[in-house]
Design a protein around this ligand. Structure first.
Ligand code: IMP
Ligand code: MG
Length: 175
């Protein structure tokens, strides 16, 4: 089965939206330092673009959890594949993710991170797909709310492909 990608948000649109989110974060964290946790692999592109536009001091770390295999449906299992390098105790943490879908991954991660004593803990996602939510997750910064479609690009993959697309697109399957 071949697939086609239809553009949902162009490179220019995404870039402008990320700038807006960064400006909001700059205002909210004035006088503070931010510790950004990027969720691998999908959140890495968004995290880089976002952090480049943040003007308060920033440090970064990465974490990796898996809930998807090669399919487009969640298995419901969340596994920590790679933990943080540094302690988050007393730090102002923003978790940066590509998309919140069922909410299982982030609700699990946020609970775990909250127990490590950060000064504050917020969630920033490029995309929110609320139609498929199973577990409630509080989103503090959101790029776009999207309908229940499978999207790729800007870090998001389909079977590990298309992460490098500079825009956000919808996968359309053809016979
Ligand atoms: P959740 O636990 O269901 O919220 O899963 C979130 C993860 O599922 C994201 O970090 C993505 O890796 C993946 N995911 C969910 N929806 C999509 C999509 O439309 N395209 C690509 N990956 C997706
Ligand atoms: Mg992901």
């Amino acid at each position: 089965m071949a697939e086609k990608i239809r553009v949902m948000y162009s490179e220019e649109e995404v870039s402008a939206r990320i700038r807006e989110l960064a400006e909001q974060i700059n205002r909210d964290y004035e006088g503070k330092e931010i510790h950004i946790i990027g969720i691998l692999r999908g959140g890495s592109y968004f995290m880089c673009e976002l952090s480049k536009r943040i003007t308060v001091p920033v440090t970064i770390d990465f974490m990796s959890a898996s809930s998807y295999g090669m399919s487009t449906t969640s298995s419901g299992q969340v596994k920590i594949v790679k933990d943080l390098e540094e302690s988050i105790l007393g730090r102002h943490v923003i978790v940066v993710e590509d998309i919140i879908d069922t909410g299982r991954t982030l609700s699990h991660l946020l609970k775990m991170l909250a127990e490590r004593g950060p000064a504050s803990l917020k969630l920033c996602t490029l995309l929110d797909k609320p139609d498929r939510r199973v577990v409630e997750v509080k989103i503090d910064y959101n790029g776009y709310t999207i309908p229940d479609e499978f999207v790729v690009g800007y870090g998001l993959d389909y079977a590990q492909k298309y992460r490098n697309l500079p825009y956000i697109g919808v996968v359309e399957f053809e016979e």
